[in-house]
Design a protein around this ligand. Structure first.
Ligand code: 6PG
Length: 482
């Protein structure tokens, strides 16, 4: 039997793996009474044995007991694996809940699943919130960034609870209502995509210092530590210095040298790129990061290709090490601006497509703390959208425009040197090409249109008059209005 007595919990957490346990503890530490539930009771008991004194928990065994232990409207936070497991738990809960009750999915669910689930729950009178939660295990316990999407009226009931456990920056919670149905999981997906791009850019910067400048790992760790005191100040740069400083206890070598160089992925980066393709948004930085992970994880091909001639020119390595490190720093910053600018473009396009009315400035605000991509730089993004909420692109905000224009010389030197010396920099290089394409007066897209018209009579528009036109390519090559 459950030991619920007459006590009622303000919120229940089901799914008590590390993230779920830590969120439950965080809620309890903030004075909320938390009902606990897990498919296997052993996890619930382990949590209570180790951390039961941290706050007011209610132990439950069955889903029915769990639901019965909640005050109304009932609020359940699900921390279960995305996909089928999430659907199974929602079905079980929904059968026991009543109109007005609220289910919050705190997993990394695909936003289209969230749209479907929200509609299905709304049809039953239940409120469904898809909440992106970022910050890993540590964030879950001490303050994550939370991106809840769903009915606005249900946010009134769960918002204060979620805001209380989120990270805070300058007293402002890193949690706000994002918009309806799948919007919270959509922005979390793009957040993760940006996380992929950030990590890829950091990896390229590291690889350049090693491959071009021949620096050892400890020296590179120091560079990242130094960078973390300036414009690049961010969680990922900070932990890069930590990871690069770690020494393997068995071999005495830098840990990074004994880790297999095949990057894994659970799917959110790939989802971001698929969505970008569907929306027609060139999220190139994130795409390069996803493809770089895929390439790294093709060991058979890589083994066979290892002997290919590089044509690399070692003499292209710059003599002035400090100057080149500064070039890399600038290139990293500029490429990062591009990645965020593209990510925000994708969020704007998704918001438009689904009628979500997502405010980019809100995202910059709640990503300043708690989440994996938290960075000093987010303050600048917040300022940029505060100054002009209708910014056509983040890159075009005066601050970022100036920063990138200042960096562009360094950026070109880095990409040229990388190319000459054979160090792969897919994200640095494609971000620079994106920048060059975006600022170009004319693009070769005109030629693409001519070719499409030639082989498929797809027509083109002219710069000097309205309408669509077709050239009679296999006839007398005169032009006709289409
Ligand atoms: C976060 C992280 C978290 C996780 C992702 C990425 O915001 O706390 O993004 O959600 O690390 O699942 O994982 P992969 O790199 O395995 O795709």
């Amino acid at each position: 039997m459950a030991e619920t007595g007459q006590r009622q919990a303000q919120i229940g957490v089901t799914g008590l793996a590390v993230m779920g346990s830590n969120i439950a503890r965080n809620l309890a530490r903030h004075g909320h009474t938390v009902a606990l539930h897990n498919r296997s009771i052993a996890k619930t008991d382990a949590l209570l044995a180790e951390h039961g004194s941290e706050g007011d928990f209610i132990r439950t065994e069955t889903t029915a007991e769990f639901v019965a232990a909640l005050e109304r409207p009932r609020r359940v936070l699900m921390m279960v694996k995305a996909g089928d497991a999430t659907d199974a738990v929602i079905d079980e809960l929904a059968d026991l809940m009543e109109p007005g009750d609220i289910i919050i999915d705190g997993g990394n669910s695909l936003y289209t699943d969230t749209i479907r689930r929200e509609a299905a729950m709304a049809a039953r009178g239940l409120n469904f919130i898809g909440a992106g939660i970022s910050g890993g295990e540590e964030g879950a316990l001490n303050g994550p960034s939370i991106m809840p999407g769903g009915p606005a009226e249900s946010y009134e009931s769960v918002g204060p609870l979620l805001e209380s456990i989120s990270a805070h920056v300058d007293g402002v919670p890193c949690c706000t209502h994002i918009g309806p149905d799948g919007s919270g999981h959509f922005v979390k997906m793009v957040h993760n995509g940006i996380e992929y791009a950030d990590m890829q850019l950091i990896g390229e910067a590291y690889d350049l210092m090693r491959g071009v400048l021949g620096m050892d790992v400890a020296e590179i760790a120091d560079v990242f530590r130094e960078w973390n005191t300036g414009d690049l100040d961010s969680y990922l740069v900070e932990i890069t210095a930590d990871v690069l400083s770690a020494v393997d206890a068995t071999t005495g070598r830098p840990l990074v040298d004994v880790i297999v160089d095949e990057a894994g992925q659970k799917g959110t980066g790939r989802w971001t790129v698929k969505s970008a393709l569907d929306l027609g948004v060139p999220t190139t930085g994130i795409a390069e990061a996803v493809f770089a992970r895929a390439l790294s994880s093709a060991p058979d091909q890589r083994r066979e290709a290892r002997g290919l001639h590089s044509g690399a020119d070692r003499s292209a390595a710059p003599a002035d090490r400090a100057a080149f490190i500064e070039d890399i720093r600038q290139a990293l910053y500029a490429s990062k601006v591009i990645a965020y600018s593209q990510g925000f473009d994708q969020i704007a396009a998704g918001s438009e497509e689904h009628g979500w009315n997502v405010h980019p400035g809100d995202l910059a605000t709640i990503w300043r703390g708690g989440c994996i991509i938290r960075a000093k730089f987010l303050d600048r993004i917040r300022d940029a959208y505060a100054e002009n909420p209708e910014l056509p692109a983040l890159l075009l905000a005066p601050y970022f425009r100036d920063a990138v224009e200042t960096a562009v010389g360094s950026w070109r030197r880095v990409v040229m040197t990388a190319t000459a010396t054979g160090v792969p920099v897919p994200a640095f290089a494609s971000s620079l090409s994106y920048y060059d394409a975006l600022r170009a007066d004319r693009l070769p897209a005109a030629l693409t249109q001519g070719l499409r018209d030639y082989f498929g009579a797809h027509t083109y528009r002219r710069i000097d008059k309205p309408g669509s036109f077709h050239t009679l390519w296999s006839g007398d090559r005169s032009e006709v209005e289409a």
